[in-house]
Write a protein that binds this ligand. Structure first.
Ligand SMILES: NC(=O)c1ccc[n+]([C@@H]2O[C@H](COP(=O)([O-])OP(=O)(O)OC[C@H]3O[C@@H](n4cnc5c(N)ncnc54)[C@H](OP(=O)(O)O)[C@@H]3O)[C@@H](O)[C@H]2O)c1
Length: 244
């Protein structure tokens, strides 16, 4: 597939590298412009472009930018054909993104994103830590493969995105429509807990929307306070414990 990725940070650059490695043609963009990511793109096997070029002549666009930055993309998709799949990897963290009352009031993050960019999205790769994405993807023949949730309203688009997630080294679980995609947001048992597909299905069912924002805040506060003393395994363990 021809894929544009907007956001060349932890998640976007890793996705560029992994998807290029399995034969996809990747354009990579950020906010500062292509010159600022030439090296990152070259290392990933992608082409550095502008945002506008990243959404032109592609089959899919992956958005991997801070949540509040979606407001900057209000007009980006105006001329992009409807059959171009748009994927959202984002998560809402008020300390970073500022408070967004609609989302604080319970609107699923991906629904809010859809409203900002005026395009339906498929929510994927949001519920995986950057280090898990980078280091823990394995071939589907390996036992105990980690699974990631994928949510969206268009079954055909969701199915194609699930294939892309598989190609990055993870099993997938169909997490339903965007209206219930809060089940894979921060503070839920499905979020960055490194579960197998069967475990993930159960975690999605157990999610409690009333608790998730409090869980998210408890966890991010702890992670920021503990800083470098916190290992990757500690983070996964704390995510599991607090959201159980
Ligand atoms: N890190 C994780 O473990 C993790 C895991 C799952 C999901 N996520 C979510 O995935 C998203 C990306 O996370 P990340 O850790 O990869 O972030 P990051 O490392 O901070 O990278 C963000 C990227 O977005 C670009 N960007 C920011 N504003 C933009 C705009 N208005 N237009 C175009 N590009 C823009 C930045 O480019 P410039 O530098 O040029 O501004 C940068 O390349 C976030 O929503 C995050 O919550 C993160």
């Amino acid at each position: 597939m021809k894929i544009g990725i907007i956001g060349a940070g932890n998640i976007g650059a890793t996705l560029a590298r992994k998807l290029a490695a399995v034969g996809h043609e990747i354009k990579l963009a950020n906010s500062k412009g292509p010159e600022s990511i030439r090296d990152i793109a070259a290392e990933a096997g992608a082409t550095a472009t502008t945002k506008e070029e990243a959404v032109t002549g592609v089959d899919a666009v992956i958005l991997s930018i801070p949540f509040a930055a979606y407001r900057d993309l209000a007009t980006l998709f105006e001329t992009v054909p409807d059959n171009v799949i748009v994927v959202d990897t984002s998560n809402y963290y008020p300390f970073r993104d500022g408070s967004i009352s609609d989302v604080d009031g319970g609107k699923p993050e991906a629904v809010w994103v859809t409203e900002q960019i005026k395009r339906p999205v498929i929510k994927a790769w949001n519920a995986v830590l950057a280090a898990t994405l980078e280091k823990k993807g394995v071939d589907r023949t390996q036992p105990g493969r980690i699974a990631l949730p994928v949510a969206g309203d268009d079954p055909a688009a969701k199915s194609r995105v699930m294939e892309l997630v598989e190609a990055t080294g993870f099993d997938t679980v169909d997490a339903g429509e965007l209206a219930t995609s809060w089940r894979q947001q921060p503070g839920t048992p499905a979020y960055c807990t490194e579960l197998t597909a069967e475990e993930l299905k159960s975690a999605l069912e157990k999610a409690d929307q009333k608790r998730s924002a409090d869980n998210r805040e408890v966890l991010i506060k702890e992670f920021m306070e503990r800083g470098d003393s916190l290992t990757h395994d500690d983070m996964v363990a704390r995510n599991r414990a607090v959201t159980a």
